[in-house]
Design a protein. Structure first.
Length: 154
């Protein structure tokens, strides 16, 4: 039986969700590197990774959000934590993007503005990692998602 690539997924969330994890963590790494090697190229790379990462957070948690239903009680708690960490990730990434924009374009990458961006990016990296961990628990331990199990169908 041939696999229909995208059509075999009950929704697009699993196809999108890995982008914010990688992009936000790499943005934090590039931001850290900019403290060691203070170069405009690292600032531009951080800005691009952060912009695409923030957009992908929005897409994964809103447009392509998986809508579970009839979750067992122990799985429901995992899902609530997953959702909360996704919201925290969104707000931290958005704040980091705004701070990076101000730092890069308006205050000439002062150390204090770059430090603020780094703190926000480390926070976003932590929350996206926790959200990802809980997402993995939902799929691999709770059985949510494979073949549409516990998901609304649209």
């Amino acid at each position: 039986m041939p696999m229909n690539m995208v059509e075999d997924f009950p929704n697009y969330h699993p196809l999108i969700v890995h982008f914010p994890v990688v992009l936000l963590i790499f943005a934090a790494v590039f931001q850290m590197l900019s403290f060691v090697m203070y170069r405009k190229e690292f600032s531009v790379a951080t800005l691009i990774l952060l912009l695409i990462g923030t957009i992908s957070v929005w897409l994964a948690s809103n447009t392509f959000h998986a809508h579970p239903m009839n979750l067992p009680e122990h799985v429901s708690g995992i899902f609530e934590t997953h959702e909360l960490m996704a919201k925290y990730t969104w707000w931290l990434a958005l704040a980091a993007l705004a701070a990076k924009g101000v730092s890069h374009f308006f205050v000439s990458r002062k150390w204090w503005s770059e430090a603020a961006v780094l703190i926000l990016l480390v926070g976003a990296s932590i929350t996206v990692s926790i959200a990802g961990h809980h997402g993995a628990q939902l799929v691999h331990m709770g059985g949510v998602g494979p073949q549409g199990k516990f998901l609304e169908s649209h």
